[in-house]
Write a new protein. Structure first.
Length: 441
């Protein structure tokens, strides 16, 4: 396997780097933790190593050190297409090296050979009512494949822990290969009256997904490529990625770990953001009976803030500039959907929201993030069911989950087990009183 050989070449170097840091600098203090941080969801506290991707406050997410703009420019594209092969991105995420076109195609060819979905997956999905959560179906479908795990089978037989990454990589390739058809099956079950479409072996990974949901159009192919590339990873400490890593650290197989990660992604404070952003834009168009003026949009946004709500798609926990992923989507939208009233409305919000948010003095980043336009573009090209957008997010994010988990096994990361404190212990610490006295109180 191409990835297996490339990762094998790198593993010893990485193991030595990690061991050296642990042995020579194990006592080095990275950060301190305050009471406020503990009670605020440990936001911003360094708790994880994330070599696959890193969120640069100025440049946005970097995949193996490359910015989004660099990835789109440097990764190889299918012929006459605007965005790269997804297989090329996966090669970069796994190996840290930019692939040639031949290597990007080789990854996609390997996925094609692994893409047959076990029947049990469809049986599990069919057991859900058609109006059930698409994310619940997706998570359950992934979970159903645990019985096919090569890692679980080999671990049960007994194996050296230094080799755990090999079957974990094997499972990851199977999972990524099968995921588009699983997502398409869910889409067709829910929204197309169970009119399922077989995969086309002549199409690349992203285009094949569009084909399987009945959207055979080159612009949609590019939209899916763009979406999968922009959302593939975002450090290893966000809810979904950290959940997948945490479950994987217990040596649960890749299907168990990724299903858990998807469950985190399904929450309204995480992966549901893209559909909420689109609903916000949709509501504005409905309120004004069309595209609002800048003045109308500003009044609407002021009313939103005055009611204690936020402007969906604006702000970011780490970034201090416009999200480069938004910039890529915005450029694509300007090229393809300028006549769309939802895009026009989102564009007007983009013109007035940042200055409004700056004036409030309550936000560190008044700029749009990737979620601000994702749903608008999906809707324009025929993906009109907003409650499916998070599934597409999950399809992309599986790449990041699996890369982090494979490399965690490659460098022998241990099970994750932080320490929890009680409120009484914290009170004793801050008051310098004895725990026994506080317990008696």
């Amino acid at each position: 396997m191409l990835l297996e050989n490339k990762i094998s070449d790198k593993i010893q170097v990485w193991r030595e780097r990690v061991n050296r840091l642990k042995q020579e600098y194990g006592d080095f203090v990275i950060s301190t933790v305050t009471v406020d941080q503990i009670y605020s969801g440990i936001r911003g506290v360094p708790i994880q190593v994330s070599d696959i991707s890193y969120v640069d406050p100025e440049k946005g997410v970097r995949y193996q050190g490359y910015t989004i703009e660099e990835c789109i420019k440097l990764l190889p594209n299918p012929e006459n297409c605007s965005f790269p092969y997804v297989g090329g991105l996966y090669y970069l995420l796994m190996t840290g090296e930019l692939p040639t076109a031949a290597k990007a195609v080789a990854i996609e060819d390997e996925w094609r050979g692994r893409a047959e979905v076990p029947k049990v997956v469809f049986d599990v999905i069919d057991a859900f009512p058609d109006d059930a959560s698409a994310m619940a179906m997706f998570s359950a479908g992934i979970l159903a494949m645990s019985s096919t795990s090569k890692f679980a089978a080999q671990y049960a037989e007994g194996m050296d822990k230094k080799d755990f990454w090999l079957p974990m990589l094997d499972d990851s390739m199977d999972l990524i290969a099968r995921a588009p058809e699983i997502c398409a099956y869910i889409y067709n079950k829910k929204y197309r009256g169970h009119q399922h479409i077989d995969p086309d072996p002549n199409l690349d990974y992203a285009a094949n997904f569009a084909h399987m949901i009945g959207l055979d159009e080159p612009k949609v192919y590019d939209l899916i490529r763009m979406s999968l590339i922009l959302l593939a990873d975002h450090e290893n400490a966000n809810v979904s990625a950290h959940t997948a890593h945490l479950v994987g650290s217990a040596l649960s197989d890749i299907y168990l770990a990724c299903s858990a990660g998807l469950n985190g992604l399904a929450g309204p404070l995480h992966g549901l953001a893209n559909q909420e952003c689109f609903k916000f834009i949709q509501d504005m168009v409905n309120v004004f009976g069309g595209v609002p003026t800048e003045e109308q949009a500003l009044d609407y946004l002021n009313s939103t803030l005055d009611s204690g709500r936020v402007i969906p798609g604006y702000g970011h926990a780490v970034l201090r500039n416009i999200d480069p992923r938004f910039s890529v989507e915005y450029k694509y939208g300007k090229f393809t959907v300028t006549d769309d009233p939802y895009f026009q409305t989102a564009d007007i919000v983009f013109k007035v929201a940042p200055e409004l948010l700056k004036r409030t003095g309550k936000v560190k980043n008044p700029w749009p993030n990737v979620d601000a336009l994702t749903g608008v573009l999906f809707h324009h090209f025929g993906l009109t069911h907003a409650n499916f957008y998070t599934v597409l997010f999950g399809l992309s994010r599986l790449m990041g989950f699996t890369c982090h988990i494979v490399w965690a096994r490659a460098v022998n990361k241990p099970i994750e087990r932080p320490k929890a404190l009680t409120t009484r212990i914290l009170e004793a610490m801050v008051t310098e009183d004895s725990l026994e006295n506080l317990v008696r109180k």
